[in-house]
Design a protein around this ligand. Structure first.
Ligand SMILES: CC(C)(COP(=O)(O)OP(=O)(O)OC[C@H]1O[C@@H](n2cnc3c(N)ncnc32)[C@H](O)[C@@H]1OP(=O)(O)O)[C@@H](O)C(=O)NCCC(=O)NCCS
Length: 331
């Protein structure tokens, strides 16, 4: 039976470090407020000219190097982002062009903070069905250009950041290793609780100067509601993916939870009864990079030797949509 294995991982973040102190000069906030409520100490934001696809390219190159796979050996690209370089086409085709791979399929996945988990599930299905053998999956995001950098936008602006992570998936038919399964959900009833209103094709025109003056192009969030759902949905989903794959919470070697807010990650850890050595958080240094948080954390853990062959790695995400889900992997 064909299974999907991780052959390589990589990540890239912009060089520019933005501290809490720097944000406190743009809006009425403090380092203390941001650290206490979110755990974030600093984050990376692009400077003009840097793009999400370029970060995706850097992360992909690192993942392909680790995998020992050349661009020409990639059969398909899955690109998870909610902040593409352009309204259309998606980032996947730009990455394909930069990698110099001529006509392989390149599909963008729009599932916001859960984008990487959803993209992984598509890649896994392609591989297990025998359609493709090597799939590049990227989660990348440029949130900094869509934030309202004033006191009115401070509850969102201090959280979100830029970055990219990538993995190379490959087919294997030996042993029990590989992706074991997924648990995926969405609940559109909450669509406007974390969203970007414009540009949107329902408006004539899609974006107007009036919209821009009203700030409707900014990421908007009902933080309390997002928090309330996130701390329930992620543990619930972790339990569901473990149950459906015949695993239990005690067997988790490493839980990589979407880095939305350190307080959320700590509540998930507590709810699942996990020890500190069973979880990994890096939101302190990178902020919330939406679809990129999980592949960035995964790469850091792989390179630090925190993921060993045979380990049970569980990834879980929750975000805009609402959409959420988990993946269980035998490394
Ligand atoms: C955003 C979040 C940190 C706000 O924390 P909170 O405790 O819910 O705070 P509230 O929104 O209730 O605001 C409390 C007060 O802090 C203020 N505040 C909000 N952001 C602030 C900031 N950056 N600096 C200083 N004060 C701030 C509010 O205006 C409010 O003031 P008031 O009491 O005078 O009205 C929190 O709701 C959260 O983390 N939610 C989840 C966000 C998330 O994970 N999003 C991504 C999901 S993928």
């Amino acid at each position: 039976m064909l299974r999907t294995r991780f052959l390589g991982t990589g990540f890239a973040v912009p060089e520019r470090v933005v501290t809490n102190q720097e944000l406190s000069q743009l809006m009425d906030t403090t380092d203390e407020w941001i650290r206490t409520r979110t755990g974030i100490q600093e984050r990376r934001w692009v400077t003009e000219g840097e793009t999400g696809t370029e970060l995706g390219l850097q992360a992909s190159r690192k993942a392909m190097d680790m995998a020992g796979v050349k661009p020409a050996e990639i059969d398909a690209i899955l690109y998870a982002t909610s902040s593409p370089d352009h309204f259309a086409p998606g980032n996947g085709v730009y990455l394909q062009r930069m990698l110099g791979i001529t006509t392989i399929p390149a599909l963008d996945v729009r599932a916001q903070c859960s984008g990487f988990i959803y993209a992984l599930s598509v890649g896994d299905a392609w591989i297990r069905s025998g359609q493709y053998r090597r799939v590049l999956v990227v989660g990348s995001e440029i949130q900094s250009t869509g934030l309202e950098l004033t006191t009115a936008g401070r509850h969102v602006a201090v959280i979100f950041a830029d970055g990219a992570g990538a993995v190379v998936l490959g087919a294997t038919d030996d042993g029990d290793g590989g992706i074991l399964g997924f648990d995926l959900h969405s609940e559109g009833a909450h669509a406007e609780k974390l969203w970007v209103d414009t540009p949107g094709s329902m408006y004539h025109p899609r974006v107007s100067s009036k919209d821009i003056e009203a700030g409707r192009q900014y990421l908007e969030m009902d933080g309390r509601e997002v928090f309330r759902h996130a701390v329930v949905r992620m543990p619930e989903s972790v339990r569901a993916v473990l149950a459906s794959t015949g695993q239990s919470v005690e067997n988790i070697s490493l839980l990589l939870a979407h880095q939305a807010n350190l307080r959320i990650s700590e509540m998930i850890q507590k709810e699942l009864g996990l020890r500190n050595d069973q979880v990994y958080n890096n939101i302190m240094l990178y902020g919330n990079t939406t679809a990129a948080t999980i592949p960035i954390a995964l790469d850091e853990c792989v390179r630090a030797g925190r993921v060993k062959q045979g380990d049970l790695v569980v990834m879980t995400a929750f975000g805009s949509g609402f959409m959420w889900g988990s993946a269980a992997v035998r490394w």
